[in-house]
Design a protein around this ligand. Structure first.
Ligand SMILES: NC(=O)c1ccc[n+]([C@@H]2O[C@H](COP(=O)([O-])OP(=O)(O)OC[C@H]3O[C@@H](n4cnc5c(N)ncnc54)[C@H](O)[C@@H]3O)[C@@H](O)[C@H]2O)c1
Ligand SMILES: O=C(O)C(=O)C[C@@H](O)[C@H](O)[C@H](O)COP(=O)(O)O
Ligand SMILES: [Zn+2]
Length: 363
């Protein structure tokens, strides 16, 4: 395979043939077949910031003989609101969208989450294809079928498991992505390195400039390795009844930080701090060795990602963490590491232990 040739990663689903994640360049010609022969109408969902890319996708679909309608939504987390889902439902209703029609998302993780949720709920489920345009969307959000929106009380509190029928990871989309957006998404690849595939960490350590250059072989290897781990995990456990929880490493604190910051922090930046916290928690309870815990800070800092958060917010962060989806009743549950590539669950740590771990991440 040459560096420009597309590669395919298959994702299994419990009640169907599964779907492919195609990684490469110039992939838009692959979109039409994924939508189903009977599709007549397609809703193309994209944020204002991606008007040109979204319009190019819409024009391609029109050229393919489809009635393609745009839903231009607010940017980033502003788009993950029930009012925005209702806006999409209204367009679909007014356009007589049927069960054989489809949704295409064009954007970062916020867009794939919102559009996936709209597809999951419209007529109780229509096809969705994701065309992620951020690093984070490519390696994580577009794969695996978690969809959702935020509520006033917290992140992703409403949603559904609704796998796409295909994902087009087209590196051409990254040409306009600001470098800081690219890098924040890399927190999810680092996460995957710590929970499963150490080679990803080595690629960051060997040459961080190459790892963050979308034209390098190292970059492509990081993307493919990260998607492969996610594909393998969600193929086994779509609905997060067990193993899938490992993909939530660092997310318990991360989602609380995002909420506390009124979503002005990027998800990847919050996950970065959340992983350092989870590593400290693992170290404190004697499950994680010092070298692996310290490696978190070293790699994340080399990428310019935050590894600290403010000390005066602990009480409200803890309150929000109680709504984490891994919590059971009054018990919080955290993904921690028992070593490199060995994630496990820490059940019901007491508040004093959590506070002690938090002291290690305050600025
Ligand atoms: N469903 C899942 O499994 C899953 C996994 C990880 C993260 N997420 C969710 O994903 C979201 C974060 O996604 P994100 O980091 O991609 O952020 P995002 O979707 O908010 O996009 C970040 C910014 O980049 C801009 N942008 C996107 N693509 C661009 C491009 N090609 N060129 C120029 N600008 C571009 C957007 O307009 C936005 O301003 C969070 O809501 C998070 O909860 C979901
Ligand atoms: O796919 C998963 O499962 C994940 O946990 C991946 C996370 O990176 C992602 O941020 C996810 O949206 C978090 O899910 P949530 O269930 O904690 O809302
Ligand atoms: Zn995440």
């Amino acid at each position: 395979m040459t560096a420009t040739e597309p590669s395919t990663i298959h994702v299994g689903t419990p009640d169907g043939p599964g779907y492919d994640v195609i990684v490469g360049r110039s992939l838009m010609g692959r979109l039409r077949p994924l939508l189903g022969e009977q599709a007549k109408r397609v809703l193309v969902v994209h944020p204002r910031a991606l008007r040109a890319t979204g319009e190019a996708v819409r024009e391609q679909l029109v050229a393919d003989g489809l009635e393609a309608i745009t839903a231009e939504i607010p940017d980033a987390e502003e788009g993950k609101r029930v009012e925005v889902a209702a806006f999409c439902w209204q367009i679909m209703g007014q356009s007589d969208f049927t069960r054989t029609d489809a949704v295409v998302s064009v954007g970062g993780g916020s867009v794939t989450d919102l559009a996936g949720f709209v597809a999951a709920t419209w007529l109780r489920g229509v096809r969705v294809v994701h065309v992620p345009t951020t690093f984070l969307g490519m390696v994580d959000a577009a794969v695996g079928g978690k969809t959702g929106i935020n509520t006033a009380e917290g992140k992703n509190l409403v949603g559904a498991f609704h796998p796409p029928v295909g994902v087009l990871v087209d590196f051409d989309a990254l040409e306009t992505l600001p470098q800081n957006e690219l890098v924040t998404g890399m927190a999810e690849a680092v996460k995957t390195g710590f929970i499963a595939d150490e080679r990803i960490l080595e690629l960051f350590e060997e040459d961080v400039a190459a790892a963050t250059d979308p034209h390098s072989a190292a970059f492509r290897e990081i993307v493919e390795r990260t998607i492969k781990v996610k594909a393998e995990v969600v193929s086994e456990d779509l609905r997060e009844s067990g193993r899938r929880e490992i993909l939530n490493y660092g997310h318990t604190l991360a989602h609380s930080i995002e909420h506390a910051e009124r979503y002005q922090w990027r998800h990847g930046a919050a996950v970065s701090v959340g992983m350092v916290f989870a590593a400290e928690l693992g170290r404190l309870v004697g499950r994680l060795d010092d070298a692996t815990a310290d490696r978190h800070r070293t790699i994340l800092s080399s990428l310019g990602l935050p590894v600290e958060y403010r000390g005066d917010r602990w009480k409200s962060l803890l309150e929000t963490m109680r709504r984490d989806k891994k919590a059971r009743g009054d018990h919080l549950r955290f993904i921690v590491l028992d070593g490199q590539g060995r994630p496990g669950v820490l059940e019901a740590p007491d508040d004093a232990l959590l506070f002690t771990a938090y002291q290690e991440v305050i600025a």
